[in-house]
Design a protein around this ligand. Structure first.
Ligand code: FE2
Length: 307
């Protein structure tokens, strides 16, 4: 049963910070091929925006082991940041210091924390916004969702709900889909048996953008690793690629908009693809490539869950 007190909730996924093998190569890819726009370079990291108003949505930093270094969620204001700080600590997360002014590009107010499986996240409000550039066809607007592999998915899902106010929107045999705003899911958690990044999805404006963008990426020499297809939960259209550090990334569009008052989450028996064994609900896409399976499974950079 849900506790009766009002939960503090995050409101969106602002940005992800990737550790990358070759910073110059990844910078060129995310600017020229993936079509983000550089906005800052600070403390050895490169910051990129989408066409929406978020100051930055991707941070790239050189790292020995590529992967997700941190993901930052938005909170409405400083009061919400402070409330989330308390809620995270109560739910078994480990805050890193106290909420306070941030000093990265875009600044704002917030704090970082580790979740119970040892992933690093941050909460931030009051980050500078940039002029919304509308929805140019060939550029990602914002982050859509983050999918993480979990050693103990039940534990991680419970933490995201209790600590960050996420709502369980759907559950399949393999994944829990969690939302924090009308987008069907902003985080999904995979019963993977290891703690790692599965993939990061970028929202593009519409189907033409997804098709033309995917064609452009392919012309630049990057294979389409899975797609074009339509997911079941969330009903979004997908096209998956691998970045130069073998991180799995997705262009997506048309994610279902959900009203928590009326939406009824489905369970594993509700989510069987129309064509058995093909997770593309159109039944059009071939199975994910072996390269994509490797990149998204975390198996090649496996580490045990904390605790
Ligand atoms: Fe996705």
């Amino acid at each position: 049963m849900e506790p009766s007190r009002v939960k503090a909730t995050v409101t969106s996924l602002r940005s992800v910070e990737f550790g990358v093998a070759d910073l110059d190569r990844s910078r060129a890819f995310y600017e020229d091929v993936w079509r983000l726009v550089p906005v800052a370079h600070a403390d050895g990291a490169a910051y990129f925006r989408g066409s929406g108003g978020e100051h930055h949505i991707v941070v790239l930093r050189a790292a020995d082991e590529p992967g997700l270094l941190q993901a930052t969620f938005a909170a409405r204001d400083r009061i919400a940041v402070d409330a989330l700080y308390d809620q995270i600590a109560r739910a078994g997360g480990t805050p890193i210091g106290q909420p306070g002014p941030l000093d990265a590009p875009g600044a704002g107010y917030g704090f970082a924390f580790d979740d119970p499986e040892g992933r690093r996240f941050a909460i931030a409000s009051d980050i500078a916004t940039l002029p919304d550039e509308g929805s140019p066809e060939d550029r990602p607007v914002k982050l859509s969702h983050l999918v993480i592999n979990a050693a103990d998915a039940d534990r991680s899902t419970a933490f995201f709900r209790e600590a960050l106010g996420f709502r369980l929107r759907d559950q399949t045999a393999r994944m829990d889909f969690l939302g924090c705003n009308p987008d069907h899911h902003t985080v999904a958690i995979v019963r993977a048996g290891n703690v790692s990044l599965n993939h990061t999805a970028f929202e593009v404006p519409d189907l033409d953008s997804l098709m033309r963008g995917s064609a452009r990426i392919r012309r630049a020499g990057h294979a389409l690793e899975w797609g074009i297809g339509r997911h079941g939960p969330g009903s979004n259209v997908f096209a998956y690629f691998c970045d130069p550090s073998e991180l799995a990334i997705e262009y997506t569009t048309g994610i279902q908009q959900v009203d928590d008052r009326t939406y009824r989450p489905g369970g594993p028996s509700d989510w069987r693809p129309p064509i058995a064994g093909n997770p593309d609900y159109w039944g059009f896409a071939a199975p994910p490539s072996e390269r994509f399976e490797r990149a998204s499974s975390g198996r090649h950079r496996e580490r045990a869950g904390a605790g």
